[in-house]
Design a protein around this ligand. Structure first.
Ligand SMILES: [Zn+2]
Length: 194
């Protein structure tokens, strides 16, 4: 997911907020663009909570914020791991790192509509309804289990990113004709370097 307007903001996420060591330096990662096959594969659980994971989390968060993203999933930088980052505020100050996330409760009687977009599908947006509240169980980069309720924007972004972990992209269900138009938009947007 990403934010449309670009504001002034610090593009290096705060390691304390991410829950990782503040001795690391983030490395900008190239993005995987739809319809790359890496975006249609099931991701695997993280089993080792170590410095390699913390470095990956930092790289992922940096690569998201640099591109004005408000959410990103590991397969978007080519790693098939169950790791996502969800921003709950449009000021990029509250990124939450979720390792091995699992939705444990959702309420489909209240839906939230948002213009959905994706860093891996630049230039294309569509309105979409998703449950406005979800409860998710996940681990922090330090292997602490958390259960948290997300609402509104945060819940929307969370569900979009969790779809990536199952190899689903929000344009998968469009007709072949519409997908071709999306593909043209992606190519055009990438050419002009946005
Ligand atoms: Zn996405």
């Amino acid at each position: 997911m990403f934010k449309n307007e670009v504001d002034d903001y610090c593009s290096v996420p705060n390691p304390d907020v991410l829950g990782i060591s503040n001795k690391l330096k983030p490395v900008f990662q190239p993005l995987v663009y739809w319809p790359d096959k890496k975006l249609s594969q099931q991701c695997e659980n993280v089993s080792e909570f170590n410095e390699t994971l913390e470095q990956f989390v930092f790289d992922l968060a940096y690569s998201m914020v640099e591109r004005s993203g408000i959410g990103i999933a590991a397969p978007q930088v080519g790693k098939l791991l169950n790791v996502i980052i969800v921003e709950q505020q449009l000021d990029y100050s509250h990124p939450i790192v979720l390792i091995n996330p699992k939705i444990v409760d959702t309420d489909e009687s209240f839906m939230y509509t948002m213009r959905e977009g994706c860093l891996s599908v630049p230039g294309y947006y569509e309105d979409r309804k998703r449950p406005q509240k979800v409860v998710v169980e996940y681990y922090t980069p330090h292997d602490i289990q958390i259960e948290k309720e997300f609402q509104g924007l945060g819940a929307f972004v969370l569900q979009h990113e969790m779809d990536h972990l199952q190899g689903k992209v929000f344009v998968d269900n469009l007709s072949k004709f519409k997908q071709q138009r999306v593909l043209n938009k992606v190519k055009k947007t990438r050419r002009i370097g946005r």
